[in-house]
Design a protein around this ligand. Sequence first.
Ligand SMILES: Nc1ncnc2c1ncn2[C@@H]1O[C@H](COP(=O)(O)OP(=O)(O)OP(=O)(O)O)[C@@H](O)[C@H]1O
Length: 637
Amino acid sequence: MALSGPNASITVSNKPQPLNAASKKLEKRKLTGVQVALNLFFGVSIFVSGFCLLTVTERITKAKHIQFVSGVSATNFWLSALLWDFLIFFIACCLLMVVFLLSGLDALTKNYRFLDTLVIFMLFGWAVIPFTYLISFLFSSHTSAYIKLVMLQYCAGVFSVILNVIVTEISGQKPSESLLLNSMMVIPIHNFGMSISKYYDNQETKIVCSSAKIPAFVNCSKAITEMNVYSLEDDAIGRYLIAMAVTGFIFFLLIFLLETTSWKVRTFVYRYIFFGIYKKFNKDRVSKELSGESEDDDVQHERNRILEQPQELLNFTVLIKELTKIYFTYPAVLAVRNISLGIRKKECFGLLGLNGAGKTTTFEILTGEETATSGDVFIENLSITNNLLEVRSKIGYCPQFDALLDYMTARELMVMYARLWGVPETQITQYVNKLLQSLNLEPYADKFIYTYSGGNKRRLSNAIALMGKPSVIFLDEPSTGMDPEARRLLWNRVTRARESDKVIIITSHSMEECDALCTRLAIMVKGKFMCLGSPQHLKNKFGNVYTLKAKFKMDTDEKTLEDFKKYIATVFPGSELKHENQGILNYYIPSKDNGWGKVFGILEEANKKFHLEDYSISQITLEEVFMTFAKQENIEV
Ligand SMILES: Nc1ncnc2c1ncn2[C@@H]1O[C@H](COP(=O)(O)OP(=O)(O)OP(=O)(O)O)[C@@H](O)[C@H]1O
């Protein structure tokens, strides 16, 4: 039996032949091409699968999205990744050649054969690196992607070799005539295994045939010794090399298609197919919940203003028009329900809402990360659905979770983004230092990011979002985990950015932050705007109560407290005792018919009558307005 075709170095005929001592020794020492390939598969699989680690990490942490948003094109991103990984692959292959040389694998190294071997390895690298990138899109964890890819590559390699033996040796078919073996040629490791094993066998045979003593079991016919190893014959490697060259190119093309047109395909599928089917079977729900009509007059007014006027007259930097997002899971989630909004230059718009209200989904659509199910977003009059690449170059984005590259320093990362934004090379150092200073990041600027605290990572994410010249900056919960000083610095920086003609859109769970930064805000409940306006407008509109805090001395008896409660109930009809603890009473007092002067007059009287230690009266806070909507959501749930 010949192990891989007629040119196998050690050809075992069907009839056992007597071997002399020298040839027995030779047989024992020599490997077959198949053995060499099998031995290489494991190491090669472990090594090449590593190329998925960074691509998966960059995708799931959104570092890739931030780079795209900062102006990197898909071509540049993937070509630079390929170039770098290919360089690493080349160095590793050179080291492997040294190992081959030291191990005495003359058929792969001696007499310039290492150049042929390198060609096989390089073509394998060209095919397998984009293949690994492509497969990595299927995974959302880099460790799982790595382990599964190692297993996939190794099993595919071993399987393909076994299949080749079965097809050629057992069923006697030529590899080029077997549909199964031909279809295996899309897998880089199969082509690599075949190339290396056939090349090794061919060269080993030539070495043995050119020696003084040719063992009897070696087939040294002219057809074998004079065959061009690069030809397209079944025992040569030409077809496998061509397959690797072509598939590498195809894999790369597929990556580009995935990056550039998959967004359009997804938009089409979700908008016209999934949403069409959904509308057909859920007519009532769609007309009731996705009508966009609102009970709040400000929200309704904003919607009318957008829908009734031609877009050119509106002059908004950001225009959200009847935006809807449905996640077609089971059951379907209506994450954003027909919202319309216009934001002009120098505005800071806040999106508030409980967890799961739809803020992040709205952000993801606005930054081009998610597709809208219906409606559209326009940034400087460019539709995000039709001009994604242009729109991306107009935005800065700080995602909810830090999209940073752990093995870079803050300075390196910021220099990289400054270059991407096109800051002139001579000004980059000064530009980065200024930004680092403004967020007090200088002490950590030259340390690896993985050593940073959560708050410092957040500062850096915000600094990156504020870089360059975007027209719109999206900040998703920007100050989470920051200390009060860092928060103040951030607020100053954001306010300065807003004043320099930018639009800031922010989501936050900190009402203090929204009150400090936002010129307008909306409270979102279950994907809908429940109210819209400036913080003061919302406080006036929904805060039709004052909050009264009365503090009694420690020795005050129960009767005095009861008398005070009766007194308040009489002088402020409709008042509500919200909370009582350790002689401190908190009331909501209706503001209607109770001006500030009247309230203070009554409380001064109460102070004298009940000997209060202290009292205060204030307008309702934004947090209390928010809580009234939050309560509504909880009741509806
Ligand atoms: N990929 C997804 N698939 C299915 N449902 C999703 C997906 N992403 C979000 N959702 C659902 O969409 C709704 C809105 O989620 P979203 O993350 O936008 O809320 P959020 O207001 O940003 O919440 P948080 O304040 O916690 O960040 C939630 O009900 C959530 O479960």
